[in-house]
Ligand binder design. Sequence first.
Ligand code: C5P
Length: 236
Amino acid sequence: DRGIVVAIDGPSGSGKSTVSRRLARELGLAYLDTGAMYRAATWWSGRSGVDLDDVEAVAEAVRAMPLTMVTDPDEPRVVCDGVDITDAIREAELTAVVSKVATNLEVRAELKRLQREIIEHSAGRAPGTAREPGELRGIVAEGRDITTVVAPDADVRILLVADERERLARRAKERHGTADADTIEATRDEVVRRDADDSTVSTFLTAADGVVTVDSSSFGVEETFAAVLAVVTEAQ
Ligand code: C5P
């Protein structure tokens, strides 16, 4: 008696976090933001005084990282070494360097292991054990390599994409309240450069075999959510 695993990948600004979290809420599933784990690894490396270009030292630090991911979609939180870093890991300075840590292959191996553990814990169940009332069964996990590397055997695998222009505009609006030439330029590093760096280690710009692509370029939040929900419902 296993819970459902929904894997959602996509580039920055594709809307995957909003959609994934809402999907988890509406279906009563756990929610795992794997990007937050790479952000936490970056935060922890900094706090440990490690040079982010020192591949070995970063890997060693991350293997000792005391990380807790709270996967409740109503209030997902990231706690590291007893500190709630949910908000701190969204800061611009950290976002600018997260790809350095995320392209460290030893870090990826360690976080993949942790992610699989969390997914297995949420979806799996020892034979004969009953589901507790209100217990979330199954999980929505989102990131860059969930459909391909972390959970290639997920029940539902979706790649959420959108045109670069649209993704830039959305992120500019989110960060600066408005999307004009200046704010879009200020957002370019966070979206375009970061995706280029990240795509050297993960394939999230094109769908792998068996992965359903949802293009949200001409969709608002509601339409995007409906399209993703339809894919999940159809797979049931
Ligand atoms: O999605 P978010 O912007 O929070 O992701 C932060 C960073 O984490 C990405 O820029 C990428 O470097 C890394 N990441 C990754 N693999 C994932 C999820 C995120 O490498 N599955």
